[in-house]
Design a protein. Structure first.
Lengths: 280, 244
């Protein structure tokens, strides 16, 4: 039952239907709610299945089984970077809101299935993903001296470079900070930005760098600033932009575009008014 | 071409996370039943004597087991609200957030983040347990099938009516990720806060509203919506006398 519900509510199927119904807001609204209901129904049946599995095969209602299951499941969820998923109302809410009027025809969500590259190992313990911080805030006019071995140089204050850089410690800690789940696959060298981002992107980055930053980059190839390394972990990079199965733009990318648009400062000073409420 | 490799990985991760979340909920709930109801180790969902002797209590709601269940419901709900209050206060105080200037996450913040998640997760289990056992005792206890259908449909309808239909979902249908990001995951949030956080452009402040609206928002978010969601799940999930 869950597999049927999931298939009916999955991104390609709903994206296909949305693509056909685009413009008919009422039908899309009803479709969205129906999709939620179908998914919820399937989720309940899957939970019953897993719950029965625990009852019958994994120790029943013993204290040891329950205690071990509690600890191990929480640890593994934390390790996968999604411990917050244990929350449910009232600890969290799923509100139906439209991020932006231009995204009204979007499916309510596209988290089925979850794109695996969005997971960060031990995500709640990591440093902030600097690539998501506003570019205007990343570098400031003030500078501070940084010692790295025998080389003393001046770098931007917000470049997130520690005061005293020990080569091995810095490289090791920096690798740990930027290691999402995909890094386990070792499919590409995460510290070679040209491989992840494309040479044209690197050329643009270099042209906008100051002499100091270029010097730093030469000293530590691939670790010149956190934006290069962080950007290589941006979700969705290895994927194609289009779902060739349906030959339409992937709904998740459309939603990201809509979400990015909503995150920009409101240039026309008008508050976005949503006609319907939709999910985040 | 459609990338089967990526799709397969996505599904594997999704199901794994779903199984782990169910494992957390099931084992936490079972520990509460063992501690609160002295549930035997042989109790299972299939037999109907898990969930604090669900089926025997249903046969005699006014009996010893029925009253034990009712008492557990009250204590569980109260504990859930207490933990929720602590978690909400910790989030409101910004304990999740990194340092404002350096954007660094210190060790203390890391520990606090985990504590917040754990508290709110435990709160959710306790609140659900309380509402579930109350519903079993008070909503047509003599006619379980009608009770389950009614709560299922009314609960879903009520959730959609307040624009919280997505609250009916749980992993692997919906996921909350921990980070890393400057903003915390959407936990300990209200309906209005969630709505404005997703609809307003970055940097734009929410409109100021009457305090009565905020109070209503809190009651809706932490009182009404959980009841609606639990009623839906209760109606769909009960075994022995079940919709399936």
């Amino acid at each position: 039952m869950f597999i049927i519900c999931i298939w009916l509510a999955s991104e390609p199927v709903v994206g296909f239907v949305d693509h056909r119904l685009r413009g008919n807001k009422i039908l899309l609204w009803l479709l969205g709610r129906l999709r939620t209901y179908v998914l919820a129904w399937g989720t309940v049946s899957l939970w019953r299945c897993f719950w029965l599995f625990w009852d019958e095969f994994l120790g029943g209602s013993t204290v040891l089984s329950a205690g071990l299951g509690h600890v191990i499941s929480l640890f593994l969820l934390t390790a996968m970077g999604c411990a917050s998923s244990i929350n449910a109302p009232a600890s969290t809410l799923g509100v139906d809101s439209i991020p932006h009027p231009e995204c009204e025809d979007e499916p309510l969500f596209s988290v089925v299935p979850l794109p695996w590259e969005t997971l960060y190992a031990f995500g709640m313990f990591r440093q902030v993903d600097k690539s998501k911080v506003d570019d205007t805030k990343r570098f400031s006019n003030a500078v501070r001296p940084v010692s790295t071995g025998n080389i003393e140089m001046i770098v931007g204050k917000d470049a997130n470079i520690p005061e005293h850089v020990d080569d091995e410690v810095y490289e090791t800690s920096h690798k740990k900070e930027a290691s999402p789940m995909s890094a386990l696959e070792q499919s590409w060298n995460p510290f070679d930005p040209s491989e992840a981002n494309g040479d044209d992107v690197m050329e643009k980055e270099e042209s906008s760098m100051s002499i100091v930053q270029q010097t730093w980059k030469n000293i530590r190839p691939g670790l010149s600033n956190t934006s290069d390394t962080d950007r290589s972990w941006r979700p969705g990079l290895p994927r194609s932009d289009r779902s060739s199965f349906l030959d339409i733009e992937k709904p998740s990318l459309r939603r990201q575009r809509c979400s990015d648009y909503a995150q920009r400062p409101n240039q026309d000073n008008k508050r976005h008014r949503s006609v319907f409420f939709r999910s985040r | 071409m459609f990338d089967v490799h990526f799709a397969l990985r996505d599904w594997i991760y999704s199901f794994s996370i779903g199984f782990l979340v169910v494992s957390y909920w099931r084992n936490t709930w079972t520990m509460l039943d063992i501690m609160g109801c002295h549930q035997p180790y042989t109790a299972t969902l299939a037999n109907g004597d898990s969930f604090c002797f669900a089926f025997p209590a249903q046969m005699d709601p006014q009996g010893e087991l029925g009253m034990l269940r009712l008492k557990n419901a009250t204590y569980s709900y109260a504990a859930g609200l207490a933990l929720l209050s602590i978690g909400v206060m910790m989030m409101c105080c910004g304990l999740w957030l990194p340092d404002r200037k350096t954007l660094q996450v210190s060790t203390n913040v890391r520990m606090l983040r985990f504590s917040i998640i754990y508290l709110l997760g435990a709160s959710a289990v306790n609140v659900w347990r309380g509402i579930w056992y109350w519903a079993d005792a008070w909503i047509l206890p003599n006619n379980p099938m009608v009770s389950y259908w009614m709560t299922s449909l009314v609960g879903a309808g009520a959730a959609f009516a307040v624009f919280c239909g997505n609250s009916l979902l749980a992993p692997p249908a919906i996921f909350l990720l921990d980070g890393p990001d400057t903003d915390p995951p959407p936990i300990a949030v209200t309906v209005l806060a969630s709505h404005y956080s997703s609809t307003l452009p970055s940097g734009q402040k929410r409109p100021q509203m009457s305090c009565y609206i905020y109070l209503l928002d809190v009651l809706l978010s932490f009182g009404f919506v959980p009841v609606a969601v639990v009623c839906f799940w209760r109606g769909k999930g009960k075994d022995k006398v079940s919709l399936w």
